[in-house]
Design a protein around this ligand. Sequence first.
Ligand code: CA
Length: 224
Amino acid sequence: MRILVVEDERQLARHITSALGRHGHDAHAQHDGPAGLQAALAQPPDLIVLDLNLPGLDGLEVLARLRAAGSPARVIILTARSEVEQRVKGLKAGADDYLAKPFSMEELVARVEALGRRGATPTAADLLMVADLHLDVQHRRVMRAGRAIALSPREFDLLQVLMQEPGRVFSRTELCERVWQRDHEYDTRTVEIFIARLRKKVDSGFPAPLIHTLRAVGYTIRPP
Ligand code: CA
């Protein structure tokens, strides 16, 4: 994968690019917000590892501008453990995953490759349907009432899991495991943010919502 690393701590940036390089990726680093944004727009990478605290333009702003420009790149944000609010903002702004500092390079490479794999290899050549919502697994396309909906890779994965079993209620923990492949870290807040993002894209503007919350139980998608 072509990977852009935007991280102002130069030593950390170097460690990340060389770890990714050892795993066969083509990784380059930029060390401030404006340079990172420019590099991401000039030569669109498959995936961006984006620090949030950056000089010039912070990571949230870089992410917002990339998504506004229609960038489909998968984005993993780097946050300090204490920056819960930043992480929430990053996920709302269009990041696909996050990693809390300090992290091991093995963990970073595993996350990068999990995210890359999900985008690259569809699991089945299927067309999933719930009412007027259609999801094409192979081409990773989503339409509602004939109109295309642009989803980030993780939003797509989450919708796919829900649509594979319409009417079944999924707990936040199960969605976290199925979509983020985390066995031990049950980050249910991330699931809530992604459900909110999906609702905005899939249900808003339509008279009958398809995604439903069962209080204290989980989420389901079903026809009206
Ligand atoms: Ca930083």
